[in-house]
Design a protein around this ligand. Structure first.
Ligand SMILES: [Zn+2]
Length: 442
């Protein structure tokens, strides 16, 4: 017996052969995908199975957000249209003033409601109070990959100094199924601290996720302080390797691209955040040509505002045609590569390619059912094109994570959406009052 048969839709598997089954089905048992194929064959093989009718829909792998700060939903809209330094100053001050485990849990819950509605089933997350984020994710049935966070700022929201945070980290790592540690960057942590965090990651077999080379000012700051550019410094310290995921990686020299590729490290490309903060255009075509695994991230809701991946997919597919400094080239990146970056390549980039990212037997049952009965998704010539250039989060009808339906017919089943919105709106009201701003926006 199986637990669920998602049947009747076109299935885009994103497997190595890009298998597409026009009238397909996916069988799920014990949270895993146990069969993929034509609907008629699977219907006969599993008679009487509970079904999710996907006729008129596209079934695709759950989307993977390779870089996020989920709890920043609380600060969405508070630091728009400013440069990265103003953005960081404003954000860090607000975080120090209001964050607690309870506040993070509420803000993450809202982020997960938004993410599940947008077909995101996994997110790599870096933020304060990671244990609160993990609790919210467990309640929502969402795969949030996060772990101990390290960032030296005046007045950290959790009041912990570096030594205390390092001492507490193993306990959190022992409780997480997918282990990662998230040192913020080479400009907010000194080399000795980066080395200590890397040692922690090694001891626990954890992925090391760090911002690197997001903008030109960062590269200059790190070079001035340490004599090396961010990626050079990470290489010098022995922090680049197959267990390292770099967020952004916008400002790279040819040599640094070579260092990343040779080390086996991955990159989380966040084009919408990079555009909004004018951080620059990442050298994505060169990274891909060098064989670097690249996933797509939203970044936090302060820098990118929306937590769906359709925006980053479209930006990644199109931006690099004019933005890399070379001659304009309409064949660069494109729909298929961008969609694979948001699914199977993203899962690989965050170190869980064997678990999720594609619809294949043995992988976790992470699926999205996209409603195609929409004017902007008609006609159905090419699913890759549709996903990259026309689809949006509102087209997601159902989301399945780890075999569990968490969004059905556009209704969230694991999060009380009304209370999630109310709770964050109340927290945001208190935040505005504290800042002396208007208590109500129009
Ligand atoms: Zn970030």
């Amino acid at each position: 017996m199986i637990d669920l048969l998602v049947t009747g839709g076109a299935v885009l598997t994103a497997d190595a052969a890009d298998t597409y089954v026009p009238d397909g089905a996916v069988a799920i048992a014990d949270r895993r995908i146990v069969a993929v194929g034509p609907a008629a064959g699977l219907g006969a093989r599993f008679p009487g199975a509970p079904t999710l009718d996907a006729r008129g829909c596209l079934v695709l792998p759950g989307l993977v957000n390779a870089h996020s700060h989920a709890a920043m939903t609380l600060f969405r809209g508070t630091a728009d249209d400013v440069d990265l330094q103003v953005f960081l100053d404003r954000l860090v001050a607000a975080e120090s003033a209001v964050l607690s485990a309870e506040v993070v849990r509420a803000a993450v819950r809202l982020a997960l409601a938004e993410s599940i509605r947008a077909g995101v089933t996994t997110a790599m997350d870096m933020y304060w109070f990671p244990e609160a984020g993990l609790e919210a994710a467990a309640d929502a049935g969402f795969r949030l990959v996060t772990g101990p966070t390290f960032m030296d700022v005046p007045g950290p929201p959790d009041g912990l100094d570096f030594a205390a945070r390092l001492r507490l980290a193993p306990e959190l790592l022992a409780r997480t199924a997918i282990r990662c540690v998230t040192p913020h960057s080479t400009y907010t942590l000194d080399p000795d601290r980066l080395l200590a965090v890397a040692e922690l990651a090694r001891e626990h077999g954890a992925l090391l996720h760090i911002h690197a080379a997001e903008n030109a000012a960062e590269a200059q700051t790190v070079r001035r302080r340490h004599g090396r550019r961010p990626v050079e410094l990470l290489h010098h310290l022995g922090l680049l390797g197959p267990g390292t995921l770099l967020a952004h990686a916008v400002h790279l020299t040819d040599e640094e691209i070579g260092l990343i590729a040779d080390s086996g490290a991955s990159v989380a490309h966040c084009p919408v955040s990079n555009l909004k903060l004018a951080s620059g255009v990442a050298r994505l075509p060169e990274l891909l040509a060098a064989g670097v695994p690249v996933g797509l991230g939203t970044d936090g809701a302060v820098s990118a505002n929306a937590l769906d991946l359709f925006g980053p997919i479209r930006a990644a597919a199109t931006l690099h045609r004019v933005g890399s400094g070379a001659a304009p080239d309409p064949t660069l990146v494109g729909a298929r590569t961008a969609v694979r970056m948001a699914t199977v390549d993203g899962a690989r980039a965050i170190g869980i390619g064997a678990l999720t990212g594609s619809i294949e037997v043995g992988k976790a049952a992470d699926l999205v059912v996209l409603d195609l009965n929409r004017p902007h998704l008609t006609p159905r010539h090419d699913p890759w094109s549709m996903l990259a250039y026309a689809a949006g989060p509102a087209d997601v009808r159902d989301t399945v994570i780890d075999g569990r339906i968490v969004l059905r017919d556009r209704r969230l089943l694991t999060i009380d959406e009304g209370s999630a919105i109310e709770e964050v709106e109340a927290l945001a009201g208190a935040l505005r009052k504290r800042a002396g701003g208007p208590s109500r926006t129009t």
